[in-house]
Design a protein around this ligand. Structure first.
Ligand SMILES: Cc1cc2nc3c(=O)[nH]c(=O)nc-3n(C[C@H](O)[C@H](O)[C@H](O)COP(=O)(O)O)c2cc1C
Length: 359
């Protein structure tokens, strides 16, 4: 649906070419310093039109805070934040032609209404709202020294050979494509530009690390932290798979290779990705996210229109050649929301915690 989270919860609204995109965040505790600059920085990292590796749609994505913040601090009431759409060009979109691999097909068959303008709600313009909520979640996490970082470790057929511990988040922070491996940044860029030049698009892979997570986040069984993260990340447009820790690779291993042994209170490896039994074990939470290539490409393709007629479609408009790049910012936001939600939920997991509040 359009809401996510239990204790830290947000509801997003808006369409790609509608008046605005935004969200209402409920459950943020009162008394947290609201960092407007940080919020805008996060939006700027996701915003379109920044460089030749993203869509040319130019949006300023300036956040307007409508409620929930008083004299620079959160008030415990719903925080509503909105970004107005400014650079829509709806005439580029066909009224009744489905774009192959785009969600405009399934939205139409589900709801019977087609908002063809920029894909309407099916567009990843919605992810502006997720980044807003994620930035607010980070303000809570910062109080606990929890930091979340993401970057790109693979584009197309090129994968970084660096280990999770070798990925360079400082480098990614200043890279135009958030590359985690400085030696491969140029190859990643070349790959994206090659796809773009060929009127095509390309997939990408993202690594996210939660630094300094508190032990005990997440709930067993039906609300495992890993399942919650999967729910949050798989809900992002164009995400096709995620892995926690050694993920798929662990299914090829012996237990002796995969087990994270303990010594002097520290794990000697982190194949579990920081989660055991759905609960954080205090080690880094490591997540890999796999984005498919952008559906909208400029090569002629077979498709159908609303009337069911077969047509060869040649797309117009402005699109990302590699959605994983800006998608990495959205992944980071969704992970922050999951961790903030788990942090708040964990406050009532044992009597001693409640005693600290009420006694
Ligand atoms: C940040 C971001 C930007 C995106 N930009 C585009 C785009 O410009 N053109 C496009 O066709 N799809 C874009 N997408 C992906 C589509 O929204 C998505 O693939 C499509 O709706 C089908 O949904 P699914 O891939 O989740 O099944 C973007 C996704 C993200 C995360």
């Amino acid at each position: 649906m359009n809401s996510f989270g239990t204790r830290f919860k947000f509801t997003s609204f808006g369409e790609s070419h509608g008046v605005a995109i935004g969200c209402v965040i409920d459950g943020m505790p009162a008394g947290i310093k609201f960092d407007k600059v940080f919020l805008q920085d996060m939006l700027d990292k996701r915003k379109p039109g920044q460089n030749k590796f993203s869509t040319p749609r130019k949006e300023e994505d300036k956040a307007q805070i409508l409620s929930g913040v008083f004299e620079g601090y959160t008030t415990g009431t719903p925080i509503s934040i909105v970004v107005f759409n400014e650079n829509t060009r709806s005439k580029d979109y066909e009224k009744d032609v489905f774009r192959p691999a785009h969600a405009d097909f399934t939205y139409y068959y589900k709801y019977g209404i087609r908002d063809y303008k920029g894909g309407g709600r099916a567009s990843a313009r919605e992810s502006v709202a997720r980044v807003i909520a994620g930035a607010v979640a980070c303000m809570l996490l910062k109080e606990f020294g929890i930091e979340i970082m993401s970057g790109v470790f693979g584009v197309g057929n090129i994968d970084s050979k660096l280990s999770n511990d070798e990925f360079d988040f400082d480098y990614a922070e200043n890279s135009e494509i958030y590359a985690l491996d400085n030696n491969l940044e140029q190859s990643f860029k070349d790959e994206i530009l090659k796809a773009k030049k060929n009127k095509n698009s390309i997939g990408a892979r993202i690594f996210t690390r939660v630094k300094n997570p508190i032990k005990g986040l997440g709930d067993p069984l039906y609300d495992k932290l890993d399942s919650k993260l999967a729910h949050a990340i798989m809900g992002i447009n164009a995400v096709k798979a995620i892995e926690i820790g050694s993920g798929i690779q662990s299914s090829y291993m012996y237990g002796s290779q995969n087990n994270d042994e303990l010594k002097d209170g520290v794990f000697l490896s982190n194949h579990s990705g920081g989660i055991l039994g759905g609960i954080s074990n205090g080690d880094f939470i490591d997540i890999k996210t796999y984005f498919k290539p952008t559906p909208s490409i400029f090569l002629p393709q077979q498709t159908q229109n609303i009337q069911g007629k077969n047509i060869i479609y040649k797309l117009k408009g402005r699109h990302d050649p590699c959605v994983g790049i800006r998608g990495s910012v959205v992944v980071n936001a969704m992970v922050a929301i999951c961790i903030a939600d788990s942090l708040l939920l964990n406050a009532s997991s044992r009597l001693s915690n409640l005693m600290k509040i009420y006694k």
